[in-house]
Write a protein that binds this ligand. Structure first.
Ligand SMILES: NC(=O)c1ccc[n+]([C@@H]2O[C@H](COP(=O)([O-])OP(=O)(O)OC[C@H]3O[C@@H](n4cnc5c(N)ncnc54)[C@H](OP(=O)(O)O)[C@@H]3O)[C@@H](O)[C@H]2O)c1
Length: 285
């Protein structure tokens, strides 16, 4: 049987992906959880999953951990600014180890988007293409959980603010995107394909309405300018860099960067994506 490996398997996305490989009937011994700290993967090891140390910043750990791996899910790392180098090291190791296929978690329309996270994903997509390893590009939209993070503020104040100018967004739950990634990893025919992955579309007004239903109190959405949004975020205690990042995301969102209407997610999942109300209820703090 083929051997499947998942990076970042102690993170929420990677862990969900490993769970989905098992749920879909993959034998635990055919699944390799690649992790920075094996002690944090004890739950997976107890279930028979093979756990191997894999640190993007320690290249000597990479190729040995990929020995015998047929298909690799490279879950993009979290160290913004370091990821081209880190992902490049993983891709080099995959070539050296003879990995047959890769699936990579990129970002929606990576090559044409204004989203501030795109450059490292584009660079990684180029490295993957140059590697010669057949690759499925899983271009993920935003996690619904990013919006569910507004519920606390909505509950406390009855309002949410954005500079999205009425644009729709099409996020999906992290669990759905991870399940889709596992499905692509199991499917040889995913290699060479680019998936643009998102769930049901809604505007921030519609998010406020859904928040009202979930919280049982009225929530309204206020449209603000990017400058007002920045001032509000800094006043709420965010540092300038984080505030600037979030404002850039809203500006890109206003231009349609987080909206997608493909059926790619549903196709990989084999079922409709999780709806907004259900996702908000599950993520409610
Ligand atoms: N679409 C979105 O809305 C969205 C939002 C956030 C993030 N993302 C992207 O999706 C990825 C997965 O999401 P997530 O929720 O699981 O994020 P996360 O909690 O930040 O997980 C990141 C994973 O990367 C691993 N990692 C970081 N540095 C590493 C290194 N040097 N060597 C090996 N592994 C390393 C972490 O390992 P440890 O478990 O040891 O910490 C963790 O498992 C993120 O890394 C980010 O690229 C997307």
């Amino acid at each position: 049987m083929p051997t499947y490996a998942v990076t970042g398997a102690t993170g929420p996305f990677g862990h969900h992906a490993v769970e989905e490989l098992l749920r879909r009937g993959t034998a635990p011994g055919d699944v390799v959880a690649l992790v920075r700290n094996p002690a944090r993967a004890a739950d997976l090891a107890e279930r028979g999953v093979v756990v191997r140390e894999f640190d993007y910043d320690r290249p000597e750990t990479l190729a040995p951990a990929l020995a015998g791996v047929d298909a690799l899910l490279l879950v993009s790392g979290s160290a913004i600014g370091q990821r081209e180098r880190q992902h490049g090291a993983v891709i080099d190791a995959a070539v050296a180890a003879g990995v047959g296929r890769i699936a990579y978690t990129s970002v929606l329309r990576a090559d044409s988007t204004d989203l501030p996270v795109a450059p490292e994903h584009v660079a990684t997509e180029r490295l993957l293409a140059a590697s010669g390893i057949p690759t499925a590009l899983l271009r993920n939209g935003w996690y619904t959980e990013n919006y569910a993070g507004l519920l606390g503020q909505a509950e406390a104040t009855g309002s949410i603010a954005s500079a999205t100018r009425g644009a729709s967004v099409s996020p999906a739950t992290r669990a759905d995107l991870a399940a889709a990634a596992a499905a692509a990893l199991l499917d040889e025919t995913s290699a060479g394909r680019t998936y643009e992955l998102g769930g049901p579309s809604f505007t921030l007004d519609e998010l406020a309405a859904a928040s009202s239903r979930v919280l049982g109190r009225e929530v309204v959405h206020h449209e603000v300018t990017p400058e007002q949004l920045s001032e509000g975020l800094v006043a709420a205690g965010l540092d300038e860099g984080t505030a600037g990042f979030l404002v850039a995301v809203d500006v890109a969102t206003a231009g349609g960067a987080l909206q997608v209407d493909t059926a790619d997610l549903q196709e990989l999942l084999g079922r409709p994506a999780t709806g907004l109300d259900k996702a908000l209820r599950a993520a409610r703090p």
